[in-house]
Structure formats: C-alpha cells, structure tokens
Design a protein around this ligand. Structure first.
Ligand code: SAM
Length: 190
C-alpha cells in the first residue's frame, strides 16, 4: 500500500534546528523543559530530546478542521487513517527517547490546564493559519518562565505570511526576533 506519510529524511531542516539548539544551549543554564506544539512524525522532537531533559509533544494526529482560509499544506488532505499512520510513525521514531512524552490533543485545549511559568521553551509548529498561530502563541505564552523563550517554525513572509503576521502582532516592534536557517524563530521572554 502506498503511504502518504513519507519516510523520515533527516537532513533537510536539521541544520537550522541544531543552530536553534546551540542558541538555547548558550542561553539556558539548564535546558529543562520544552513543549512542542504540532509534532507530526517527531522529527524535531528527537532533536529537542538531545538537549532538553523533558520534551512534551502535543498533537491531535487528526484530520484538520475545514477552514476557508487554510494555507496550502499537503497535511490538509490527510484522512483519519493517514493521521493514525503519522502517529504510529511518531511513536516509532521517538520510542527510544524516555524523555519524550506525547499528549494527544489540541494546543489550546491542552494549554487550558497547563501550569503557568514553568516551561523553558514553547515551540509552535501546528496549524499555520494566522488565527491559529496567534491563538497558539497567546495560549502558551503564560507557560514560559521568565528567562525562557517562545519559539516556533516557518517564519517566512513568502510561504507562511499568517505565521509572520501573528508573531509580529504578539511581539511588536522593538522586541527582537531571532531567526534560524530552517525558518525557526525565537523570542526571549522576560
Ligand atoms: C508541520 S507539522 C509539525 C512538524 C514537526 N514540528 C516537525 O518539525 O517535524 C504540523 C502538525 O501540527 C499538528 N496540529 C494541527 N492542529 C493542531 C493543534 N490544534 N494543536 C496541536 N497540534 C496540531 C498536526 O497534526 C501536524 O502533526
């Protein structure tokens, strides 16, 4: 059977993620906790697991809601079976990392019962619509401890203008946004 969940190819995007890990290594005395919002097959999760003591992975692994203004993304067309396969691939790929823990659920719902001010880094990479990215950042900002970072993927005006708009609205002019070669971004929280 032909699968829509493509085999994991690790090279692409890895350099930028490792740059991001070096950035965190240099700034966090002890990199304790990262929450990844949107994990798919766990490619970034295992990179995070090399630096952070605990990686929380939040993803519903379910078909996307049908919004009118969805940006182009092959994941929009995934069926329930495709997502079940993606989740299995995540579990397989992260199996040997006992510091990775998955929570199957939607970002904003999971955030509603998460303790405030205790996470070093939140990494947002879920639905790339402006409204969702903004809601994810606002829902998770209170969980980042002072001295930690709000971060995420796909800071690209050309490919993901909604992502850039949401980030710029939450972190207006004057707040520095670090950017990395895989289009990851990070903002220090004081
Ligand atoms: C671009 S992929 C994530 C890629 C992953 N961060 C990586 O680097 O390998 C987007 C993921 O967001 C998930 N997602 C969609 N809506 C979500 C939501 N409301 N909360 C959390 N994750 C969501 C999807 O199921 C999908 O797995």
């Amino acid at each position: 059977m032909n699968s829509v969940v493509k085999p994991i190819r690790r090279e692409k995007g890895l350099r930028g993620l490792y740059e991001l890990m070096e950035f965190f290594r240099a700034r966090l005395e002890v990199p304790r906790t990262i929450v990844e919002i949107g994990c798919y097959r766990g490619e970034a999760s295992v990179v995070f697991a090399e630096l952070f003591r605990k990686v929380w992975c939040i993803d519903p692994w379910e078909p996307y809601p049908r919004y009118d203004n969805m940006p182009m993304d092959h994941l929009n067309d995934f069926t329930a079976d495709d997502w079940a396969e993606a989740e299995r691939e995540f579990r397989r790929h992260t199996l040997k990392y006992d510091n990775i823990e998955a929570i199957k659920g939607r970002s904003v719902v999971v955030a509603s019962s998460w303790p405030h001010g205790q996470v070093d880094v939140v990494y947002i990479d879920a639905l790339h619509r402006y409204e969702n990215v903004k809601a994810d950042i606002l829902a998770w900002l209170p969980m980042v401890r002072p001295g930690g970072f709000m971060s995420g993927h796909d800071y690209s005006q050309k490919k993901w203008p909604g992502v850039v708009r949401a980030i710029k609205e939450v972190f207006p002019r004057g707040i520095f946004i670090d950017r990395f070669s895989d289009s990851s971004w990070a903002v220090g929280i004081s």
